[in-house]
Design a binder for this molecule. Structure first.
Ligand code: C2O
Ligand code: CU
Ligand code: CU
Length: 500
């Protein structure tokens, strides 16, 4: 049994395409007795690390596992210190951290610290490969403010499948400002991680990955929702203000989240940390790679769903083949439920005090030393059939080519122009930025804070501004790319260097 599982994983991971059958699993086929929204939400273990001479040390083992997403049916998965996904790594601003990453998989991988300001050689991008059986121990200092970051595989051409199988986890940073705000912060009680991922399954219970041409174009979208690796979960909340840290950890799906009763909530943080002005919302759009922290009030004996509603329809901007594709992309977008919340514990916490204003970094257009343009596009036809065809400024990713050189300490404006018929969540390593404008209009309140990933819709032009600071290295590049992982794997990625 053990040997078979290994052999299976080895072959499915090595071929790049999981064994597929024409029928994908439905939850009811797997186990008719399984009633939806009855499995308690899993909470990833919290890892605070151990202290070793002024350094906080974390041990992370990447390994294979078996998971039961569908009742009794087993799915071969991979995880970090676990069968699927990894622990929540928790650090403080100012900490020196060392992460001992041991690769016990049968293929090379990397582990990237998404959203972190850190030396390029510690970034865990495509250049920091960990061969099977080997370890990698990046070490760096946490300089940035409190925020919800994450980590995941960044193996060249293999990021999509490796993340799909489970190589991802959350990374929390705390600081004195965030602690002074008295926000709900009791892990698993009123401070809850929600890692949203959609997956499809074959009849034998195995993950179904990249099974069609449509998957290559739109990215892989699943038919079963997982939250923290739990399918159709329920979470029992207290009668209190609750904080959810939501990560869109999906390969390609963009969520438009709202509560079943349309109750308002407060977004208090985006990718890079707390918002200066929290945004009162009824729904929120999160693209792959993006995070949001929200506060929601529950009263006694409530029962409410968090659900996805179809994304707002965008005007068709292109005719012909591209226009048809644009329609196709949005056609399957139906409402579905994500997780049920039941309030039945009579816990009451003190209300948070939003006394202290948070001042995050900001940069003015006048400070910028240059504007770079990045044109996102896709070529139809043979290129895509072979798993390529996605470009930035007309070129696909090349690990031997540096696309941009940035001077340490410079403020730059990057203008991201999407000429393709699909949306692309654009992500930049090492830095948090501000959105200047989207087609000339200033960003919405909940997008006005620090970000490292921004959704650029078809035919949109988004300008961002940032300063590249703290770490320079002429030898190791950072990445910028589309965070639709199938697009990234198919070439929509480039490299930049920060030079002193
Ligand atoms: Cu979330 Cu280049 O990564
Ligand atoms: Cu990243
Ligand atoms: Cu994309």
């Amino acid at each position: 049994m053990h040997v078979n599982r290994r052999a299976f994983l080895k072959s499915s991971l090595a071929s790049g395409i999981a064994i597929s059958s024409p029928f994908s699993y439905r939850l009811a086929d797997a186990n008719p007795a399984l009633s939806p929204f009855s499995s308690p939400l899993r909470l990833p273990p919290l890892l605070q690390g151990r202290s070793e001479k002024n350094t906080r040390v974390f041990d992370l083992t990447l390994r294979q596992g078996l998971s039961n997403f569908l009742g009794n049916v087993q799915t071969a998965t991979v995880g970090i210190n676990s069968d699927f996904l990894g622990p929540v790594i928790r650090v403080n601003r100012g900490d020196n951290v060392r992460l001992n990453v041991s690769n016990q998989l049968f293929e090379p991988t990397t582990l990237h610290w998404h959203g972190l300001n850190l030396p390029a050689a510690m970034d865990g991008g495509p250049h920091q490969i960990i061969p099977p059986g080997e370890s990698w121990s990046p070490e760096f200092r946490i300089l940035q403010p409190a925020s919800t970051q994450w980590y995941h595989s960044h193996m060249i051409h293999r990021t999509g499948i490796q993340v799909y199988y489970g190589l991802a986890g959350l990374f929390y940073i705390d600081d004195t400002d965030s602690k002074a705000l008295n926000l709900p912060s009791e892990y698993g009680v009123d401070d809850i991680p929600l890692i949203l991922q959609d997956r499809s399954f074959n009849r034998d219970g195995s993950f179904r990955y990249l099974s069609s041409m449509h998957d290559r174009m739109s990215g892989v979208m699943g038919s079963v929702m997982l939250v923290n690796g739990t399918s159709l979960p329920v979470f029992k909340v207290g009668r209190r203000l609750t904080r959810f840290r939501i990560l869109n950890g999906s390969n390609a799906r963009i969520y438009n989240l709202e509560f079943g009763d349309k109750r308002p909530f407060l977004q208090i943080a985006s990718d890079g940390g707390l918002l200066e002005t929290p945004a009162r919302l009824n729904s929120i759009i999160l693209a792959p790679g993006e995070r949001a922290e929200i506060l929601v009030e529950f009263s006694d004996r409530e029962n409410v769903m968090l659900q996805h509603k179809p994304l707002p329809r965008r005007p068709q901007t292109q005719g012909g083949m591209m226009g048809m594709m644009q329609n196709m992309m949005t056609a399957g977008d139906r409402p579905f439920a994500v997780i049920r919340f039941e309030s039945d514990r009579a816990l009451i916490s003190s209300k948070p005090q939003f006394g202290q204003p948070i001042n995050q970094q900001t940069w003015s257009v006048e400070e910028a030393s240059k504007t770079r343009q990045l044109v996102l596009n896709m070529q139809m036809g043979m290129g895509m059939m072979r798993g390529g065809g996605f470009t930035i400024n007309g070129r696909s990713m090349d690990m031997n080519r540096i696309d941009a050189r940035v001077r340490l300490g410079d403020v730059e404006i990057w203008e991201i122009i999407n000429q393709s018929p699909m949306p692309h969540p654009f992500h930049i390593h090492d830095t948090q930025f501000r959105i200047l404008d989207r087609n000339g209009k200033p960003p919405a309140a909940n997008e006005a804070g620090l970000k490292d990933t921004v959704l650029v819709n078809s035919r949109e032009r988004v300008r961002i501004i940032t300063r590249f600071e703290n770490y320079a290295d002429p030898a190791s590049p950072y990445m910028f790319h589309c965070h639709n992982l199938e697009h990234e794997d198919a070439g929509m990625m480039g490299q930049f260097i920060v030079e002193a």
